[in-house]
Design a protein around this ligand. Structure first.
Ligand SMILES: [Cu+2]
Length: 275
């Protein structure tokens, strides 16, 4: 009995499914996924995820089509068949596989590198970041400790605040550090995530593009009340931000006088205890 043209059938079903599914995923599903568009880093992550979804949808479709086709067409009917002939060394299959996988991986590597170099994409880059936005960003030190966040503002007299407010449409340079255990600063709405390690100045960039509130939390299990390390910050207009930070400078002036001098990292308690 003549075998039907399985490969051609598979190709036709796969192409048809990909042509329908890929635009649906890229245009409808991917743009609505987190983290949204509250900062240029968050929007950038949505764009990157959309690009990856565009590549992944035909690959996923190929797996689903082949799986379904095998279940239906190659199902065992009747008595147990003999073992099939081993297929090795088919040049066309090998070449297709190598070219297709190399193209996808190389594209992802080049695209990812270009996107990362733009602004760090919201990730912590350590003390000497290579991916910086241009211009003069606003510096904010994010200080983690068990179990609270505080924020220090070197360009506003080194005041330390319990709340986080950021001006809209301005690049912000976050200096994330810790006074004790290992924490992680995760402002998911803004697409920012950076480890907060004692003795480390971990720099991450963010540019909020919408006014409104955003949530942030600790993303590294840091002890008993780890779950308590969450709060809500605000993105406000430039004028509102200046009014707020100047108010904080006045309110916290007595405390600021007694704070250690602003540094990019502090000598945490375990370090001191260890001598
Ligand atoms: Cu923590």
């Amino acid at each position: 009995m003549q075998e039907p043209p399985h490969l051609r059938r598979l190709l036709i079903i796969w192409i048809a499914l990909s042509v329908v599914a890929t635009p649906l995923v890229v245009l409808l599903l991917a743009p609505g996924l987190p983290p949204g568009d509250a900062s240029s880093e968050a929007s950038g992550q949505v764009v990157d995820n959309t690009v990856l979804f565009g590549i992944l949808t035909p690959i996923a479709a190929a797996i689903v089509v082949y799986f379904a086709y095998s279940l239906i067409v190659f199902r065992q009917r009747g008595p147990e068949p003999e073992e099939g002939v081993a297929i090795r060394g088919d040049n066309r299959v090998q070449l297709t596989w190598i070219v297709a996988t190399s193209a996808v991986v190389l594209f992802a590597a080049v695209y990812g590198t270009i996107r990362l170099l733009d602004n760090g994409s919201g990730g912590g880059q350590g003390s000497s970041p290579i991916a910086k936005p241009s211009g003069d960003p606003l510096q904010v030190q994010v200080i983690a400790q068990q179990w609270a966040w505080t924020f220090r503002w070197p360009t506003f007299g080194g005041v330390e605040t319990a709340r986080l407010e950021l001006p809209v449409n301005r690049d912000v340079e976050l200096h994330v550090t810790s006074l004790d255990a290992i924490h992680s600063f995760w402002a998911h709405d803004l697409g920012v995530k950076a480890d907060a390690n004692p003795g480390v100045d971990n720099i991450a960039y963010v540019r909020p593009t919408e006014t409104g509130s955003f949530d942030f939390r600790c993303a590294e299990l840091c002890g008993l009340w780890h779950g308590h390390m969450f709060d809500t910050g605000q993105v406000v207009s430039d004028a509102a931000f200046l009014a707020w930070i100047r108010g904080q400078q006045r309110v916290f002036a007595p405390a600021t006088r007694n704070l250690p001098k602003y540094k990019t990292e502090y000598n945490p308690a375990p370090h001191r205890r260890a001598g």
